[in-house]
Design a protein around this ligand. Sequence first.
Ligand code: GLN
Length: 319
Amino acid sequence: MTVADQAMDWQKILASIEAAVSPHIGSGKVANYIPALACVDPRKFGIAVALPDGSMQILGDADESFSVQSISKVFTLALTLQRVGEDLWEAVGREPSGSSFNSIVQLEAEAGIPRNPLINAGAIATTDRLVASYGGGQAGAHEAMEDLLITARRLAQDENIAIDYEVAESESRSGSRNRALAHFMASFGNMKNPVEDSLSAYFRHCSIAISCRQLARAALFLAFDGCDPVTGEQVVSKERCQRILAILMMSGHYDNSGEFAYRIGLPGKSGVGGGILVVAPEHGTIAVWSPGLNQAGTSMVGSIALEELVQQTGWSVFV
Ligand code: GLN
């Protein structure tokens, strides 16, 4: 923890975040294209800040589980890079897309290689390589998801992280677009497993139920050169950590990534469940949750909270 961080008045910071978000609570649109997400109370709001000494600053519904959705792509990416290494970059690129999370237009022009691992197509291709690294097929998908859950629980130091199978089912039933993306990539030879096996793993990791506290804690290694500052576990190498953060900064919020960098200035990842995870290198991690989304699928109130937090802490990476 930096000297400036040690002197931080968290009571005051959390109070100013509360004041900043309260006029906006309930704004934005809850994702309804996945029926199981449509019934979440839009007035929920929680934030958790994980610090390197293991302490946690929380506000609101920080202990309530929500659907992690696309934030899971960060952990899937980290695990896949650990398993398959640089070969992943044959299946997926590292450029921002400037398109919506489920866009199909670039895929044809770019021969079935998605722009980056954080858009849906890229995450499905990444999940496919992960599943292949466990032997492929249904069994590979099952083992990959077991390992991802075990990893998330270990990193969060909390056994209470699980897949919400009702959400996974609902995603699969309403998953025509993701199925189209996967089959399109398969037509270019960019899927190693039967499409349904990789998709079932993708739907499962998007459906993990997790709280702000658990999420911020699980990602803490990303703020400290890949090393969990509390347990000392080197989760990924320093170089890999830097590269994951670069991808988050450029592509973490789809066609809202530029705006997010402009307003908040930290690498992060949003999900249509209303969660946003951000990493403040050398300071800590922040997870915020509020279900109302903007057009790009980023939490509206969550972004306001993060903007205020960065203003109060000075944690922008652009110093
Ligand atoms: N599971 C969601 C989907 O595939 C994830 C999208 C998101 O969170 N942006 O559509």
